[in-house]
Design a binder for this molecule. Structure first.
Ligand code: GDD
Ligand code: MG
Length: 349
C-alpha cells in the first residue's frame, strides 16, 4: 500500500499572468477539463493507495479542499504551511505526520503540477519502485532527456538492479548549460522527474544525516500542530526558523543509497508556456488555441484568451496569454524568461 503525498506549494511564476500567488498553476485547468491537482490525484486510481495527503500553503486551503471535493474526496488530509520553505521541509513535515503512531508507510511524493499523458506507464513505474522502497532506498523516477535543460536534476545511472532500476551514481541538481550538454551527449543520464518514493522513515533518516537542521525544526513543528477541521496547521513561529532547501540539494545530491526507476509516460513539467504549447492540441498551422482565438496566416503560436478575443495576423512562434487584468506577449524561445518579468513586477497579483 502506498501513501501518496501531493506537494502543491509552488508558485509557478513562469506561467504568469495566469498563474498568480493566490492562484498558482497547480490549481488551474491547464490541460483537459480538470485542474493539475485533480489530475494528479485521479492518475493514482487503480493503484493500491491510501487517501492522498496534500501539503500546500495555508492561503490555498479552500482552493485545495474544494478541488478535492469536486472529485469526490470528501474527508481531507491537508497539511498547511504558514510559509513555503521548499520541498525538503515540506516532505519532512509530511513524513513526520505519516510516522505518527509508530507507522512507517511507503510514501509516493508527487508534484501537483506535472502533465503525464500515459497513466498506465506511470503506474507501471510506480509498481516497479515498490521493491526498492521496501529495501529502504530512496527512489526517484527518471525521464530520458531530449534537451540540455538547466532547470532539472540529472541522474547518472549506475549498477542495474533487476529489470527496472539503477543505483544512482551521481545526482546533480540544475547544472549549468555546458554541463547539461555534456550529460545529454554522454547518454548516461536521466532527468529527475521530481517524483519520489520511499518509506517515510528512510527519508527522515537521510535528512537527519545530511541536513539535521531541517530535520530538527520540522520535527518540532509537527509536534506543535493545530487541527482545524480537516486541516493540519503547522506552527508558524517554529516553522519560520526552518532553513529553505529542496529535497534535490538537501538529500538527493548527498545520499549514497538511491535508485532511479525509468519512466516513459509522456511526462512534462509544464514549467513554462512553451511546454504547454508542446503538449496542447494544435490546428493545421501548429497553433494551440485556448478560448476565443482567431489566427490568420499565423503559425506555431500558443494563444490563450481568458476573456474576450485574441486575434493574430502574420505572427509565428509567439505566445499570447490574455487574462482579465494582464496580457503577456513573448516568443516561444523566451518563455523561460517570464520569471524575470514577474520578479521585475515584484508581485504576481
Ligand atoms: N508544499 C510545498 N511547499 N510544495 C512546494 C514547495 C513548498 O515550499 N516548493 C515547491 N513545492 C512544490 C511545487 O508546487 C512543485 O509541485 C514541486 O514542489 C517542485 O517544486 P519546483 O519549484 O517546481 O521544483 P523545480 O521544477 O525547480 O525542480 C524539481 O522538479 C524538476 C522536474 O520538474 C526538482 O526535483 C528537479 O530535480 C526536477 O528535475
Ligand atoms: Mg517544477
Amino acid at each position: 500500500m502506498l501513501q501518496p503525498i501531493i506537494i502543491a506549494g509552488g508558485t509557478g511564476s513562469r506561467l504568469w499572468p495566469l498563474s498568480r500567488e493566490l492562484f498558482p498553476k497547480q490549481f488551474h485547468k491547464l490541460h483537459g477539463d480538470l485542474t493539475m491537482l485533480q489530475t494528479t490525484i485521479l492518475r493514482l486510481e487503480g493503484l493500491d493507495c491510501a487517501k492522498p495527503i496534500v501539503i500546500c500553503n495555508e492561503n490555498h486551503r479552500f482552493l485545495v479542499a474544494e478541488q478535492l471535493r469536486q472529485i469526490g474526496y470528501l474527508d481531507h488530509n491537508i497539511i498547511l504551511e504558514p510559509v513555503g520553505k521548499n520541498t525538503a521541509p515540506a516532505i519532512a513535515l509530511t513524513s513526520f505526520y505519516a510516522t505518527q503512531n509508530g507507522k512507517n508507510p511507503n510514501l509516493l511524493v508527487l508534484p501537483a503540477d506535472h502533465i503525464i499523458l500515459d497513466k498506465v506507464a506511470f503506474q507501471t513505474s510506480v509498481k516497479n519502485a515498490i521493491s526498492h522502497i521496501e529495501n529502504n532506498q530512496l527512489v526517484t523516477f527518471g525521464i530520458v532527456p531530449n534537451a540540455p535543460e538547466t532547470g532539472y536534476g540529472y541522474i547518472q545511472c549506475g549498477e542495474k538492479l533487476g529489470d527496472n532500476g539503477f543505483l544512482i551514481s551521481q545526482f546533480v541538481e540544475k547544472p549549468d548549460l555546458q554541463t547539461a550538454q555534456n550529460y545529454l551527449s554522454s547518454g548516461d543520464y536521466l532527468w529527475n522527474s521530481g517524483m519520489f518514493a520511499f518509506r517515510a522513515q528512510t527519508y527522515l533518516n537521510e535528512l537527519q544525516k545530511h541536513r539535521p537542521d531541517i530535520h530538527e525544526v520540522c520535527e518540532k513543528s509537527i509536534q506543535n500542530t493545530n487541527d482545524d477541521l480537516d486541516f493540519v496547521r503547522i506552527d508558524n513561529e517554529i516553522f519560520a526558523t526552518c532553513p529553505e532547501d529542496s529535497i534535490d540539494y538537501a538529500v538527493m545530491e548527498k545520499t549514497t543509497d538511491a535508485v532511479v526507476v525509468p519512466m516513459n509516460a509522456g511526462w512534462n513539467d509544464v514549467g513554462a508556456w512553451s511546454s504547454l504549447w508542446e503538449v496542447s492540441d494544435k490546428d493545421e498551422q501548429g497553433n494551440a488555441k485556448i478560448g476565443d482565438v482567431l489566427a490568420i496566416d499565423s503559425h506555431n503560436n500558443y494563444l490563450f484568451a481568458e476573456t474576450g478575443l485574441v486575434a493574430t495576423v502574420g505572427v509565428s512562434d509567439a505566445i499570447v496569454v490574455q487574462t482579465k487584468d494582464a496580457v503577456l506577449v513573448t516568443n516561444r524561445d523566451n518563455a523561460q524568461n517570464v520569471k524575470s518579468l514577474v520578479q521585475a513586477l515584484g508581485r504576481q497579483n
